[in-house]
Ligand binder design. Sequence first.
Ligand code: M6R
Length: 611
Amino acid sequence: MCGIVGYIGREQAAPILLEGLSRLEYRGYDSAGVAVFDAGTNTLAVHKAKGRIQVLSDQLHGGADLNSTVGVGHTRWATHGAPSDVNSHPQVSRSGRIAVVHNGIIENYAELKSFLRTKGVPFRSETDTEVVAQLIEHFYEGDLLAAVGKALHRVRGAYALGILCADCPEQLIAVRKDSPLILGRGEGCNFIASDVTAILRHTRRVSYMEDGELAVLTRDGIRCYNHLMQPVEKAAVTIDWEIGAAEKDGYEHFMFKEIMEQPQALRRCLSPRIREGEVVFEDVSLSGDYIKNLRRVCVVACGSSYHVGMAGKYHLERLTRIPVEVALSSEFRYMDPIVDQNTLIIVISQSGETLDTLAALREARRLGGHILSIVNVVGSSIARESDQVLYTWAGPEIAVATTKAYTTQLALLSLLALWLGRRLGTVPDQDYRQMIAAFQELPDRMEEVLSRRDDIQYFASNYFNHGSIFFIGRGLDYALGLEGSLKLKEISYIHSEAYASGELKHGTISLIEDGTLVVALSTCGRLFAKAMSNVAEVKSRGANVLALTVESHREEMARTADAVMAIPELHELLLPCLGVVPLQLFAYYVALMRGCDIDKPRNLAKSVTVE
Ligand code: M6R
């Protein structure tokens, strides 16, 4: 959601900015822009365009039109003001001498705008960001840093900012509060970026900005300050993954590539944590006493990560016998949650930057909860603010629709449940051994599922024209349905709902009519008979049923359902990890057949950094 990239060095800035922005496309955006310092005229050259980065790049001939070695670029995901050239960033001050790119929301922008209007400042855009540029200029009396400090003192909200001033072409200013921003350290050049993918081609050495910090970048160094403007030393870390991991590698879409990468991602996530038949969490230190005194677990997350929590509740409760609540982060933070030192808060987030989840984490911490997070992006805000972090090690996930992050999160949460259960003595030895074996088998079984992708493509070709699709299931299959339904709607734009099968009769079944597509999920052996009854119920009302079950039930299911997708047998608790794959593929192929923009679905962002 909004992407920032900034460069100061000795090379031409504009091509670097445009290339960096294209690497941030996956975050979701509707317009793009750059501002560079033009040494010829001693002014800032600002270029913006609604639509894809390619539009802007074409206008600037790939950046060749701009001669400058310092600049900032931005992809905007509209919040205040519709997508348009004028509302795009960079936003500039009245004189055009200060340019600002911003990720986040300035909450008191209306109040600040009124204040500035009383001082005669005219506004061009509807954005909250323009207020920041104008406010800095309002306070500017020759000392840019002082003006930025004064302006920030007045601003409330969440922001990552890149600031350029025509009077100070030898520096670039970066500020972070509640929105991600990193500093990239090169040789004779330095960078700012919303995430590492934007600058990885130029440097692997990055520093993570903390909330309230401000950085002044020059060609030869970076000075950082805390919120009191006291200098702070920032450590640099080296990013160890290759840029290729964030490229399509010959695949048509990132989503498909990431679906196919899942067995490998699971191996990376699980293998180091299972040694000689035991779960080993070197990255978690919860004492035996703490675990024994645990009274409650609360899982907090958004979107697909929340669905992981919905499935994980079954694992955690079954293996630990501790009550588990699963909360949407956006609700949790305002619901006066019950949390104390005997509550373990499990925060799940692929990006580690989802603002609602970060806020929920902070609220839980304030109330005394112990925070254990399951995160993919190393060094992200949620990871850094947690007491313990379990990284999923799925590698960079670029497609907006999450796939490999979901499966690794779910596998890791299940493994955590098993580890806790073992330490609590609530998992019988034999069950423990069976589950360990199942975890070790999981990547291979997933490969089998992926090898049958043509079957799913065939089903998608039969059903891609449906206007509304229901997913039904019980227990873990209900949790799986939530994810299958979200996957489908977010990339194919087909209306879709997931229901606990038993709930159908309480209202929703009235929507089932001739030809309605129902995806019936029935991987859980214990509940197979119940699932069959629900399939019969919707069939007798005219539904077309596409079922998902395990191999051993394929035949029986095929007697009632119109079509059956089957997955290999595995321990019941791990079946959602396998079962989600046909649903991801189904969503993918349906979206492909409908001509949708699969990696960048409309209105969505990869990392939701505003409330
Ligand atoms: O980065 P997070 O896991 O915190 O993101 C949470 C949701 O925004 C995310 O899972 C979203 O629902 C995905 N687009 C679903 O595919």
